[in-house]
Design a protein around this ligand. Sequence first.
Ligand code: PLP
Length: 387
Amino acid sequence: MNIFETDKQYVANTYARFPLQLVSGKGSLVYDEKGKEYIDLGTGIAVNGFGVGDPEWKAAVIEQLDKIQHTSNLYYSAPCATLAKLLCEKTGMQKVFFSNSGAEANECAIKAARHYGQTRKGKDFYNVITLKNSFHGRTITTLSATGQDVFHEYFTPMTEGFLYATANDIEEIKTLVKTHKCCAVMVELVQGEGGVMPLDKAYVKALEQLVRAEDMLLVVDEVQTGNGRTGSLYAYMGYGITPDVVTTAKGLGGGLPIGATMLGERVKDLFTPGMNGSTFGGNPVASAGAISILERLDESLLEEVQKKSDYIFETLSSAKGVKSVSGMGLMIGVETEKDALAVLTACRERGVLAIKAKNKVRLLPALNIPWEQLTKAITVLKEEIEK
Ligand SMILES: Cc1ncc(COP(=O)(O)O)c(C=O)c1O
């Protein structure tokens, strides 16, 4: 059976896949069906934070699988409660709603924001301000939150109640708040799909002040930036702010689907039974794996992430053919003179996998990628950019 052809015939045509099938791996090394080895700088789009087949994550998942794989939220479950406690202790947030993806985590955040606006200020205070060039998910409402027209095409009408502001322009957002009835501002601190663009610190601080002054919520989408990816446990910690709602997914599960919406002091008691739910949310196997991931995201690992980040920035910033290097921690975008896809193809042929963000080469290696593999992969990437 030719997998490429079977996929093309039977799987909905929503992905422009690389011409490659990955069948196994160990840490930051992955293998195709012919046994060819690749150093993986993509980690399934910031998911496999400890690489493939991480022994501790696997043991935690298997241990839970041997007990019970699913209970539904009709019953109490220790992995779900324990994970929520751990998330709150590590972040200072107060309660967690679990789902299965980043989009669902953001849906819950938007529900929390609308609920807050309606109950505090009135039914019309439902507008959520997001940023141009943002990405918040693929459901109709999170697509509506996404400030890029290209994603809206064919799917109108969008969910109403979203306003888009230019990143790093605080005056524009102040005007929107004055002219519309708003309940929240929702941002990615590093716009991932938008080209790995970090927001300015002063702007983010000003946003925090603005939402406090206007009795609105600050929602931070950490679906991609969270769980150690930017060198802080969550990127907001590096910005020195206290959001009201933090969403995450991807790296939290270490490879199994999970979404989490963390609710801060002002919103922790908004929801009551029946207001939100998910059959699989807080699934015990995914939660057990996530506990093992979260427990190991400690200071020494985060320092290591920062050192590796510094190395990549230094090496690539000075390379011929590099226009810019942006991002934070191990979430990095490299703008090249050469077409990004051509660079990725050449790297793949030489056993290095990276991905794209807009017109950039995007690097999202495992947080614990061994130095030897990292330097080898970055050397190949640099050579291909310079060629
Ligand atoms: C910032 C951000 N929010 C939300 C999402 C959607 O996450 P998911 O694909 O798990 O629904 C993504 C996915 O790339 C993302 O990067």
